[in-house]
Design a protein around this ligand. Structure first.
Ligand code: ADP
Ligand code: MG
Length: 395
């Protein structure tokens, strides 16, 4: 049976429609990410799914039953909701906050049975928060509070959990931890989890399916691989100052400055240099990179001119000539310290030729390695130990 289904749903506030034409089917145990820019209507949708907001039109079915017909008490046995609104828990300890999740089962006045207490402890354990049990909730960090709220939702023993921006205000370690807890809720407990998130890359790496909301409608719904395709995500955020690499799931700041530097990269050695140059508004081009190299993915996402070769093939003369032309136009070459094998031996030749032509070449390698690679010509090298040391040479 479908866990949640919407039929021509329109959600909004005070008769003002925010998102229209919502037709979704969500199956039990799925982990669903709701994505969209600020103000798109994610919270409005989630509040409507949680019966905290009455739909303007259409219907929401939960386990086949119209949400508006489900009694609150019954709903709370099916659905737990974790909203961003700050909970003021007075002087409650973390354990008591989690125990609040048992109310649908015990009633407000019903005390906790031994079994209820065991469930509370178990939920604390599942979110890695046993040691917080006796701490005052209000004294916990944001990350710790969020884990306690997840445990409270779990203690409700729901079949579905709805969370609005569960990782907001958290540092990256806690963001990852919260996402892995939600994954376990869905994988191990079979709970349907619907969460909104504005961090697309994190959401797409975690979810089973993603829903994209924008401009008052559902733009896309499906597998993260499909939804995360370049154009959809870029459109979603109106990004033009950055590129999104769907293959790696990363965002890079764009660099459309006139190139003055040529970076010889490979094996990911140039990625840090690309980012440092871009951050400092220095234009560059790069090569010769195999198409499967991390450096190639990053350079193309940044949007700079990149001389490429097919994966696992020896660099050919066509690419070599193309690189030489670009190097001639550059005022500085950077040898990023790439490892050398047969497939990229022409990159070594590029560096050597630039040195022999009297061009300025700087390197990340140490002197010993440079001498082995370039012989006496290495005397002409400018030594930089980090990407930052390249910057003064670029002006
Ligand atoms: P998101 O969660 O995607 O950032 P929201 O659902 O919070 O977006 O908001 C969607 C739109 O609904 C916004 O234009 C917002 O101003 C409006 N809105 C949000 N809450 C209310 C409310 N209580 N009353 C009227 N309009 C609201
Ligand atoms: Mg919101």
């Amino acid at each position: 049976m479908k866990m949640l289904e919407t039929i021509d749903l329109i959600v909004g506030h005070e008769k003002k429609a925010i998102v229209e034409g919502i037709n979704l089917e969500i199956l039990p145990g799925q982990l669903i990410a709701l994505l969209g820019p600020n103000g798109a209507g994610k919270s409005t949708i989630l509040k409507s799914f949680s019966a905290l907001l009455v739909p303007l039109n259409g219907a929401i079915h939960i386990q086949g039953e119209d949400l508006s017909h489900i009694k609150r008490k019954n709903l709370s046995k099916i659905l737990a909701v974790v909203l961003t609104d700050r909970l003021n828990a007075g002087l409650l300890r973390a354990f008591d906050v989690v125990a609040m999740g048992r109310y649908p089962h015990t009633g407000f006045l019903g005390g906790l049975s031994v079994q209820d207490k065991e469930i509370v402890s178990e939920c604390l354990r599942i979110v890695n928060a046993e040691i917080l049990a006796q701490r005052y909730f209000n004294e916990l960090s944001d990350g710790e509070k969020q884990k306690i709220l997840l445990a409270r939702a779990l203690a409700q023993e729901p079949e579905m959990i709805i969370l609005d921006e569960p990782t907001t205000y958290l540092d990256i370690r806690h963001k990852l931890e919260i996402m892995s807890i939600l994954k376990r809720f869905s994988r191990e407990k079979g709970i349907t989890v619907i969460f909104s998130l504005h961090e697309i890359d994190l959401a797409l790496k975690s979810c089973d399916k993603a829903i994209l909301v924008k401009d008052g409608k559902i733009v896309d719904y499906g597998l993260p691989e499909k939804v995360g395709n370049n154009k959809a995500v870029l459109d979603l955020y109106d990004i033009n100052s950055a590129g999104y690499n769907a293959f790696m799931g990363t965002i890079e700041i764009s660099n459309n400055r006139e190139p003055s530097v040529f970076v010889v990269g490979g094996a990911g050695k140039a990625t840090g240099i690309y980012r440092t140059l871009t951050r400092n508004n220095i234009g560059f081009c790069t090569g010769i990179l195999h198409e499967n190299d991390v450096d190639c993915h990053v350079a193309e996402t940044i949007g700079v001119v990149t001389v490429k070769e097919k994966p696992f093939q020896n660099i050919g003369l066509k690419a070599y000539r193309e690189a030489l032309n670009l190097i001639k136009e550059s005022s500085l070459m950077v040898d990023a310290g790439f490892p050398i094998a047969e497939t990229n031996s022409l990159n070594r030749k590029l560096v050597l030729e630039a040195l022999q032509n009297g061009q300025r070449v700087c390197t990340i390698r140490d002197e010993k390695e440079n001498r082995q690679l370039y012989g006496d010509w290495s005397d002409k090298m400018i030594y930089c130990h980090t990407a930052v040391e390249i910057l003064p040479l670029c002006s």
